[in-house]
Design a protein around this ligand. Structure first.
Ligand SMILES: Nc1ccn([C@@H]2O[C@H](COP(=O)(O)OP(=O)(O)OP(=O)(O)O)[C@@H](O)[C@H]2O)c(=O)n1
Length: 394
């Protein structure tokens, strides 16, 4: 386990005479028995001191106190204890103030469940009753919630995200503070909000996260979400099994919003999504309707591709009209060709053998061949395809 190896890193810092602890999400997730992804370390050593202890380091965020240590092929982020919120946009490193006390460092973290530290021997340091909140399933800001949210407004989205991801309840004062400060979210980079929003949708209890997201009016300050109250209500009422990936989450949202492809594009662009995500969600959203209408023919399977078919069907299953997964896979596997390049003729061949001229007619004929092969009307054999094409040319 990553923790075991990371202990050596902690020990090395301690041997050099400094304090060092595991902090943040890895401590929370270990206590919750969840899989941990990255291990963050907080230390009283300044970055220059950390760099003296280890052979291989990278200055990944030296201005906010972070040095990455490379050890046995792994990377560990080691951050000097700090006070004022440096969790904000790292383009604003002007707030950093290093301190030598762990408590001061933990005091400026967002939520009590994220303000725990752990020693290499597993002892947990808990200044803000994070262990109690973990046990009770509570999301609570550290200290005065308003202050924490002013330091970094993204924390409000993190709170609703954790409510969904961990299936926890947001404590009343924290929830009120989010409601009161929701407008501050407008100052946060969309990319950062995006990460939290997706984690909320993919969480264990998205209905709970959405309920808080709406009740606190955070959604008003998210791109193009102001008019989506009804859609979120629909989402909340779905007895959904857990969504497995971001594209499925957006597809569900776009389908429930009745968005045509231009609307999907506009929404996802506003959320700064990648072009590949946008095009997959456009295809998958249309597919959901076709699945509902039972209009799934071979051509639809072919042009959608297996990836989008799976996404659309995941959504259709949640909506109660999905296709049996095995049947979906079988139908796709049974397609005579999966890609245009598998067609036994191409433009060059038509020009050479049928003396066709390059131009739009060639494209039309190739497309017709492709359709017929996919639909099983014509075998994908070169001589058959050439015969069919030559008949169409005449
Ligand atoms: N806006 C933020 C972001 C992070 N943190 C602190 O920095 C730690 C690490 O942050 P990050 O890795 O972004 O999130 P995790 O809490 O580790 O959650 P995840 O498991 O999703 O990575 C958090 O636990 C929390 O203590 C914070 O106080 N405020």
């Amino acid at each position: 386990m990553e923790f075991e190896e990371a202990k050596e890193v902690l020990n090395a810092i301690q041997h050099a005479g400094f304090e060092a602890y595991f902090v943040g999400g890895s401590v929370r997730d270990t206590i919750l028995n969840l899989k941990i992804h990255d291990v963050d370390i907080a230390t009283s050593a300044y970055p220059s001191e950390v760099k003296r202890i280890f052979k291989k380091t990278v200055d990944t965020g030296i201005e906010h106190g972070t040095v990455t240590v490379l050890d046995h092929g792994r990377a560990y982020e080691i951050t000097t204890f700090r006070t004022e919120s440096t969790y904000q946009d790292f383009r604003r490193p002007d707030h950093v103030e290093f301190v030598r006390s762990l408590k001061d460092d933990l005091k400026r973290r967002d939520l009590t469940i994220n303000a725990l530290a752990m020693k290499p021997d597993g002892e947990v340091i808990d200044h803000f009753e994070g262990l109690r909140d973990l046990k009770e399933g509570m999301i609570r800001a550290v200290g005065v919630a308003e202050e924490r949210f002013h330091e970094d407004a993204l924390r409000m989205m993190r709170a609703v995200r954790f409510a969904s991801q961990l299936d926890f309840i947001i404590e009343k004062k924290t929830l009120n503070a989010i409601h009161h400060n929701a407008h501050l979210l407008s100052n946060v980079a969309v990319e950062r909000i995006h990460v939290e929003w997706v984690k909320l949708l993919l969480g264990k209890n998205p209905q709970a996260g959405l309920k808080d997201f709406m009740a606190t009016e955070l959604y008003h300050y998210c791109p193009l979400f102001s008019d989506k109250k009804q859609v979120f209500n629909k989402l909340m009422n779905l007895n959904s099994s857990q969504l497995t990936e971001e594209e499925a989450a957006w597809t569900l949202l776009c389908y429930l919003s009745n968005l045509a492809s231009s609307g999907v594009k506009e929404l996802l662009r506003a959320w700064k999504s990648s072009n590949s995500l946008i095009s997959n969600v456009i295809v998958a959203t249309e597919l959901v309707t076709l699945i509902r209408q039972q209009k799934m023919d071979s051509w639809t399977y072919y042009r959608s591709g297996l990836h989008c078919l799976r996404i659309a069907n995941e959504v259709a299953v949640i909506l109660g009209f999905g296709i049996n997964e095995d049947i979906l896979e079988q139908k796709y596997a049974a397609l005579p060709i999966k890609d245009k390049h598998e067609l036994q003729v191409d433009g060059g061949l038509l020009i050479n053998r049928l003396k066709m001229k390059p131009g739009p007619q060639l494209g039309v004929i190739l497309e017709r061949l492709e359709h017929q092969v996919v639909n099983g009307e014509l075998d994908n054999q070169q001589d058959l395809l050439l015969t069919a094409a030559s008949a169409w040319v005449k």
